[in-house]
Ligand binder design. Structure first.
Ligand code: SF4
Ligand code: SF4
Length: 173
């Protein structure tokens, strides 16, 4: 998608979600707990992931954090507003193929629970190899943690859809 059009589409979606949260107040506020549980589950896995990224990423020749991955998608935006957060302000002067605008010297500058879901769900081959070499019990716990995050996120998105279907129509949602 054209660079500027992408920003316009993103901003339109963000505003519609924000409007939905403003219009549906208390009902959507009920999603806060589910979003908090999702965030906690993401942060709980973070030390394990960081243990492995700190081993494989410093020598990486094809860093995966390019700017096209920096944008939150609809499910992320719903989750962020449910959490009482909002997507970051994106810079409009960075092209898709350039290093991600949130990439700092010590990795991603966003808290893991505020990153796009695709970032937390991406495991390159060297990273996956390392994680798969964990002791069986630890590996199973890690996979269970990932599955739990996905389940909670899906529940949140479904709950949002259910509330929207019952409530006042929000254009575009
Ligand atoms: S996750 Fe994989 S592809 Fe991305 S920077 Fe680390 S080693 Fe490189
Ligand atoms: S993990 Fe952070 S730095 Fe990497 S692409 Fe995602 S938002 Fe950007």
């Amino acid at each position: 998608m054209d660079f500027h059009k992408k920003h316009i589409v993103f901003e339109s979606i963000r505003q519609q979600v924000e409007q939905a949260f403003l219009a549906s107040g208390s009902e959507l506020a009920g999603l806060r707990e589910l979003a908090r549980e999702t965030a906690d589950a993401v942060e709980a896995l973070s030390p394990v992931i960081e243990r492995h990224t700190s081993a494989v990423c410093p020598d990486c020749m094809r860093v995966c954090c390019v700017n096209r991955h920096s944008y939150h998608e609809l499910g992320d935006i719903l989750y962020l507003y449910s959490l009482g957060e909002r997507p970051p302000d994106y810079r409009k002067d960075i092209r898709d193929a350039e290093p991600c605008q949130f990439l700092g010297e010590r990795g991603c500058r966003l808290m893991r629970s505020l990153r796009p879901h695709r970032c937390n769900w991406f495991f390159c081959a060297p990273l996956l190899d390392r994680i798969q070499s964990l002791p069986a019990r630890e590996y199973r716990a890690f996979i269970a943690g990932l599955e739990e995050i996905n389940r909670k996120r899906e529940r949140l998105i479904t709950a949002f859809g259910d509330i929207m279907r019952k409530g006042p129509a929000i254009p575009g949602i």
